[in-house]
Design a protein around this ligand. Structure first.
Ligand SMILES: [Zn+2]
Length: 129
């Protein structure tokens, strides 16, 4: 992903929108966005708004986080399969990281971006909980 794509992705996330890119030639959809179509190799791509809901596929509880996030540990990071395709790795809010046995794989989740030091962080929380 180029610098340009990353900053645009986070600009949109800041506004509460999740976006992927779609190939104008073959229609292949990619989230996270990439510069080049993984299916046909063209760079003729356009931004497409993603569904903001999806399903929690897997997760892990982070006890030893990267520098700067120490105060937040433990926290949960999961992989979300979005309703319209694409998968993202994101923070999972709304569950107690000290009770991982209560986190349900397959939970329906919705986008709820966090802000850390002025920057948006991709995060999801469960629906109906
Ligand atoms: Zn393509």
């Amino acid at each position: 992903m180029s610098e340009f794509l990353i900053s645009e992705f986070y600009e949109k996330l800041k506004e509460g929108n999740l976006v992927g890119v779609k190939c104008r030639k073959c229609g292949f959809y990619m989230l996270p966005p990439r510069m080049i179509c993984r299916n046909c190799g063209t760079n003729d791509l356009e931004w497409v708004e993603s569904s903001k809901t999806g399903v929690l596929e897997t997760f892990t509880v982070v006890h030893v986080p990267p520098v700067g996030l120490g105060k937040e540990a433990p926290y949960i990071v999961g992989i979300i399969k979005l309703d319209n395709g694409g998968k993202v790795t994101a923070r999972i809010e709304g569950f107690n990281p000290n009770e991982p046995e209560k986190i349900k794989i397959g939970s329906k989740v919705t986008l709820t971006p966090l802000t850390r030091e002025g920057k948006p962080v991709l995060a999801f929380k469960p629906i109906n909980q």
